[in-house]
Ligand binder design. Structure first.
Ligand SMILES: [Zn+2]
Length: 230
């Protein structure tokens, strides 16, 4: 069952990656994927998450162009995230599973979207906010969650230095996290997410880093979100 969860997570990441790539470019959402370099349509075995990358040794079968390793990393991490979700499904009550499933689905998609475009659609955060409203039991909890979200938003706006240090999409996502969870969980997410992002920046000495190109932070928030559960 846990293995099945891992496979489902990897497949969801593969699907999200494809959708997040095609959607902003207004490409046809149907049809089989192609190689980004030679535009050759991929065969069925080249579409299997993780395995296809290993079988092809990270290169296109026709033009030998290197396949982006971020894709297999994303699929593996999404698989691990789904593994945790399967544990919740097996041992925890159903509402908690639905809650986690919603966050898992959104965060993986938003991570890929941010990775490809450095932009997230704010409308995608609405299901998370609506779901939180449906499970709030008292006005006191609602007020405290709104206060936490408001403080988080203001603090991040100040820290972001007009979008130079932190994108507005990241601020929106972290504000929604503040509204849906408690301060302790939010701080853990920030700690793990920022820590891993810092390690990535320190060790990722490529052209993008040297040219000070923006680094998508949502994938790191997602990683922090996953690690903060332990
Ligand atoms: Zn190719």
């Amino acid at each position: 069952m846990l293995f099945l969860g891992f496979i489902c997570g990897a497949c969801w990441a593969s699907f999200c990656g494809c959708l997040a790539y095609r959607l902003p470019l207004h490409l046809n959402l149907g049809g089989r994927s192609c190689c980004d370099h030679c535009a050759r349509q991929l065969r069925w075995f080249e579409l299997i998450p993780i395995l296809s990358y290993l079988l092809l040794r990270g290169h296109c079968r026709a033009c030998q162009t290197k396949i982006n390793p971020a894709l297999i990393i994303g699929e593996c991490l999404s698989g691990l995230f789904a593994l945790k979700l399967t544990q919740i499904f097996l041992w925890q009550p159903l509402p908690l599973f639905i809650h986690s499933l919603l966050w898992f689905g959104c965060l993986i998609f938003l991570s890929y979207l941010d990775y490809y475009t450095q932009f997230i659609y704010p409308a995608l955060l609405l299901p998370l906010i609506i779901h939180r409203f449906t499970i709030i039991t008292t006005t006191q909890i609602l007020i405290s969650q709104l206060l936490l979200a408001g403080c988080c938003f203001m603090a991040l706006i100040i820290i972001s230095q007009n979008g130079r240090l932190l994108g507005f999409g990241d601020i929106e996502l972290l504000t929604v996290i503040a509204f849906c969870f408690d301060l302790n969980y939010l701080l853990h997410i920030l700690l793990f997410g920022s820590g891993i992002a810092l390690i990535f920046i320190l060790f990722h000495h490529n052209k993008a880093t040297k040219k000070h190109l923006p680094i998508p932070f949502v994938p790191f928030i997602t990683l922090g979100f996953y690690l903060a559960q332990f």
